[in-house]
Design a protein around this ligand. Structure first.
Ligand code: NAD
Ligand code: MG
Length: 392
C-alpha cells in the first residue's frame, strides 16, 4: 500500500487522481488532501477518504474546515498555509505526491516533496517552468522520481527509451514532436479575438480542465509552458522540440529516432490515463478510460502552429531560448494577465502584450537558488500588475 498526498485534491486533476485511486484501493491509500479555500468540497472528500491530514491554505477556510470535520466526528488533523502543504508533501508515510496545485503556489510544496525523496507526479507544470534545474537536482540528490502527468509529457516519457536522462543523442532520439489541439480559437476569425469572453476561453473542445489552464490553452501559452517543461524533463533545448497542431487530441505527443522511426502514444483525451500510468509505472493499472475507437474517430489531422495568431507560443519559445529567470518572468506575467482576463479586467488580446512587456522590462539572470526564483516571480508580478493598471 503506497501512501499518497494530493496537493490540489479539489481541482480537475485532483478529482481524476481520486477516481484512479478508487479503482485501485489495493495499491494506494490517501494520506493527505489539500485545497486553497473550498472548505466544503475538501470536507466532503475527507468524509469519503478519511485522510490523516487535510490542509487549507486560506486561514478562514481552515477554521471552517475544522468545524465541519469536528461535526462529522473525523480524527483528521487539519493544517494550514503553505507550511502545512510542505509538511504533508514530506510525510514519512507518503510515497507518492500528486503535485496538482495550479500556478506558482505549487512551487514550494512540490520542491518539498522532491527534497523528501518522494515520487513526484507532476501536473503543476508552472513549478518546473519556474524552478527548472533546481527541481530536477532536488529529485536526483534525494533519490526521488519525477513522473510527468501533463498528457504530452507523459506520452513522450512513454515513447522514450530507458536511460533518456543520459541525453537524447546517447539514446538515438532526434526530435520530440509536442502536439497540441490548438484550443478553442484555432479557426475563429482573428478580428473577433478582442471580444473573447472568459466562458468561451474556458470551453476547450477536447479537455475539461481548471480555468487557468483552459485560458492558457486558448492563448496557446499552455504549449509555450509545455515546451519549457519538456526541455527540463528530457534534458534538451527548444531546438529539438517541434510543436505540432493536432486538433483531435488522440496522439498525445511523439518521439522521433535517428533511424526515422516515430513512436507515438495514443488514447482518448482523459487525464486518468497519464495519472494511472505515472502512479503504476513501470506496471499498468485500470484507469476507467474508455477504449479508443479509431474507426469512430476516422481521421487524424496535423498542421503547423500559427504564432501570428498565438503570440504567446512565440513568447514561450523566446523564454525557453533565453533560459535563467526568463521563464519565471513569463510564468508570473501570464498568471497575472490570465487572472485579470478571467475577472474581465483585461481583453484576451492584451494577455500577450502584458507578458511581452514584462519580459522586456526585466533582464535575465541565471538561477542558482530558490530565492532568485521567488524574487524574479515577485518583481514580474509587480511589473505586470502595473502595466495592466496603465492599460485600463
Ligand atoms: P484546478 O483549478 O481545477 O484545481 C487547482 C487546485 O489547486 C484546487 O484544488 C485548488 O484548491 C488548488 N489551489 C488553487 N490555488 C491555490 C493556492 N494558491 N494554494 C494552494 N492550493 C491552491 O486546476 P487543474 O486543471 O486541476 O490544474 C492543476 C495543475 O495541473 C495546473 O498546473 C495545470 O496546468 C496542470 N494540468 C492540468 C490538466 C487538466 O486536465 N486539468 C492537464 C495537464 C496539466
Ligand atoms: Mg498538456
Amino acid at each position: 500500500m503506497i501512501g499518497v498526498t494530493i496537493l490540489g485534491s479539489t481541482g480537475s486533476i485532483g478529482l481524476s487522481t481520486l477516481d484512479v485511486i478508487a479503482r485501485n484501493p489495493e495499491h494506494f491509500r490517501v494520506v493527505a488532501l489539500t485545497a486553497n479555500s473550498s472548505d466544503k468540497r475538501l470536507a466532503e472528500q475527507c468524509i469519503k477518504w478519511r485522510p490523516e491530514f487535510a490542509v487549507m491554505v486560506d486561514a478562514d477556510a481552515t477554521e471552517r474546515l475544522q468545524q465541519r470535520l469536528k461535526h462529522a466526528g473525523l480524527p483528521t488533523t487539519v493544517l494550514t498555509g503553505i507550511e502545512g502543504l510542505q509538511q504533508v508533501a514530506a510525510l514519512p508515510q507518503v510515497g507518492y505526491v500528486m503535485a496538482a496545485i495550479v500556478g506558482a503556489a505549487g512551487l514550494l510544496p512540490t520542491l518539498a516533496a522532491a527534497r523528501a525523496g518522494k515520487r513526484v507526479l507532476l501536473a503543476n507544470k508552472e513549478a518546473l517552468v519556474m524552478s527548472g534545474q533546481l527541481l530536477i537536482d532536488a529529485i536526483s540528490e534525494h533519490g526521488g522520481q519525477l513522473l510527468p502527468i501533463d498528457s504530452e509529457h507523459n506520452a513522450i516519457f512513454q515513447a522514450m527509451p530507458p536511460h533518456h536522462a543520459d541525453g537524447l543523442d546517447q539514446v538515438g532520439v532526434r526530435r520530440i514532436l509536442l502536439t497540441g489541439s490548438g484550443g478553442p480559437f484555432r479557426t475563429r476569425p482573428l478580428d473577433s479575438f478582442d471580444k473573447i469572453l472568459p466562458s468561451e476561453a474556458c470551453a476547450h473542445p477536447n479537455w475539461k480542465m481548471g480555468r487557468k489552464i483552459s485560458v492558457d490553452s486558448a492563448t496557446m501559452m499552455n504549449k509555450g509552458l509545455e515546451l519549457i517543461e519538456a526541455c527540463w524533463l528530457f534534458a534538451t533545448g527548444p531546438e529539438r522540440i517541434e510543436v505540432l497542431i493536432h486538433p483531435q487530441s488522440v496522439i498525445h505527443s511523439m518521439v522521433e529516432y535517428c533511424d526515422g522511426s516515430v513512436l507515438a502514444q495514443l488514447g482518448n483525451p482523459d487525464m486518468r490515463t497519464p495519472i494511472a500510468h505515472a502512479m503504476a509505472w513501470p506496471e499498468r493499472i485500470e484507469a476507467g478510460v474508455a477504449a479508443l475507437d479509431l474507426v469512430e474517430i476516422a481521421k487524424l489531422s496535423f498542421e503547423a502552429p500559427d504564432t501570428g495568431r498565438f503570440p504567446c507560443l512565440r513568447l514561450g519559445f523566446e523564454a525557453a531560448q533565453a533560459g535563467g529567470t526568463a521563464s519565471v518572468h513569463l510564468n508570473a506575467a501570464n498568471e497575472i494577465a490570465v487572472a485579470a482576463f478571467l475577472k474581465e479586467k483585461l481583453p484576451f488580446t492584451d494577455i500577450p502584450r502584458v507578458i511581452e512587456h514584462t519580459l522586456e522590462a526585466h533582464s535575465v539572470a541565471p538561477v542558482h537558488d530558490i530565492d532568485t526564483v521567488l524574487a524574479a516571480d515577485h518583481a514580474a508580478r509587480i511589473t505586470a500588475t502595473a502595466y495592466i493598471a496603465a492599460l485600463s
